[in-house]
Design a protein around this ligand. Structure first.
Ligand code: HEM
Length: 378
């Protein structure tokens, strides 16, 4: 398993101070700062009038930064029960402080670093704490070729930044602060490929815009957040890029169900137009092929239920490249439904092989005096 890189020797002095401070568990900003930039929005469902305003972790509705680094840790096998909960509470409190430091103007604010921390399905039972209602292992899906060394984890961290050094250095300090309590299990780096036509929705390695149909802020309140928490699904999907690239563009578009150039619907219209997957031509043919990716995964088959995809591409050498699929949603059962449909009839599945998979409950954000994990591990 690759390890986090060392602090580069040309790193600005401030960064070295940060990492060194984190290494000895320095709590410079203890208890005074929320784990921001907290995303304050309309309170999500379940907020009574007596509760403080929503404090959510960054990196969910934040516009994608250029790079991502996913880290999975396992709880020390000897750590369990109340003592384990105490040990993890300490790690998460130290992480809360270290992450607050990264948001200082002389930390990694310029790189727009966000850290998003969640826990995996096996953790609550190990620690004897109440599990969030929907935190259960994802089922097995037909066609998956999972490598256990790239799956699961008791604690998951998504680090995103415009500068991959910022994420790498933060990863190193988090791992050091985790001490013996959390052991690195797997890591995966991701990036947004440069777009030939400049800005706009980033493209994936198949060359299509990926993220065009993401939900609006109002839809996120309804479908992504559960109070201040959410769930993250990670899928490391190997893509058969050469096979796909050999196809004519119109065939590629039939398989994806959107236009390659604009990202818009096949019958025409702007990129962000909602695709009506039930629309037919006068001769009765679906205008978006029923076995195309969008034809299969569309929210219209799920009564409008949405997930917020925030995917990156990955390239681990010339023969293993693909999509680091990341989706946030309030109920992982939606992912399971959509993935089962994909496995049964999505033409895109002929070009994919899922090799890694994980689910995490993304903790509510920290508040002054309430570090990450305070509610779960109380
Ligand atoms: C295998 C690699 C995948 C690739 C290359 C891929 C690519 C795409 C592309 C190009 C779009 C259309 C543009 C957009 O709205 O973003 C799209 C839409 C979408 N994808 Fe995927 N995707 C992949 C896997 C998945 C998986 C595993 C899921 C969930 C099980 C998923 C769920 C969705 C959803 C929900 C939409 C929006 C559909 C709509 O409501 O219009 N995708 N994907």
């Amino acid at each position: 398993m690759p390890k986090a890189t060392n602090v580069p020797i040309d790193a600005p002095p401030r960064r070295r101070v940060l990492i060194a401070g984190a290494g000895i568990g320095l709590t410079v900003t203890a208890c005074t700062r929320a784990a921001g930039p907290p995303q304050r929005g309309a309170p999500g469902p379940g907020h009574g009038s007596g509760r403080p305003a929503a404090v959510r972790q960054a990196g969910v509705t934040t516009p994608r930064q250029a790079t991502a680094l996913l880290l999975a840790y396992d709880l020390d096998p000897d750590v369990r029960g109340a003592a384990g909960a105490r040990a993890l509470r300490q790690v998460l409190a130290d992480w809360t402080d270290a992450l607050a430091e990264t948001r200082e103007p002389d930390g990694f604010a310029e790189a727009r670093l966000t850290a998003t921390v969640g826990v995996g399905p096996r953790l609550p039972a190990r620690l004897g704490v109440t599990a969030p209602a929907a935190l259960r292992e994802l089922p097995a899906f037909p066609g998956d070729r999972l490598d256990p060394a790239r799956c699961g984890g008791d604690v998951l961290v998504q680090l995103c930044a415009d500068d991959s050094d910022a994420a790498e250095e933060t990863a190193e300090s988090l791992t050091r602060l985790a001490g013996e309590t959390l052991r690195p299990r797997w890591r995966q780096a991701g990036f947004l490929p440069p777009s030939p036509d400049g800005g706009g929705t980033p493209r994936d390695l198949l060359g299509f815009r990926n993220g065009s149909a993401d939900p609006s802020p109002q839809e996120c309140e309804r479908w992504v957040w559960s109070g201040d928490a959410t769930y993250l699904v990670v899928r490391r999907v190997h893509l058969r890029l050469e096979d796909f690239a050999r196809l004519a563009v119109h065939r590629q578009e039939e398989i994806i169900g959107r236009r390659r150039s604009t990202g818009g619907p096949l019958p025409g219209g702007p990129e962000h137009a909602d695709v009506d997957v039930f629309a037919k031509s006068p001769s009765g043919r679906y205008l978006t092929p029923a076995r195309s990716h969008v034809g299969v995964v569309s929210h219209r088959h799920d009564g409008g239920a949405r997930m917020l995809r925030r995917s990156y591409s990955y390239a681990d050498g010339p023969t293993d490249q693909g999509l680091l699929f990341l989706a946030f949603l309030r109920d992982p059962a939606l992912f399971t439904r959509v993935q089962r449909r994909m496995a049964s009839r999505d033409e895109l599945s002929g070009f994919t092989e899922t090799r890694g998979s994980a689910l995490a409950y993304v903790l509510p954000g920290a508040r002054p005096g309430r570090p990450l994990g305070a509610e779960l591990l109380a």
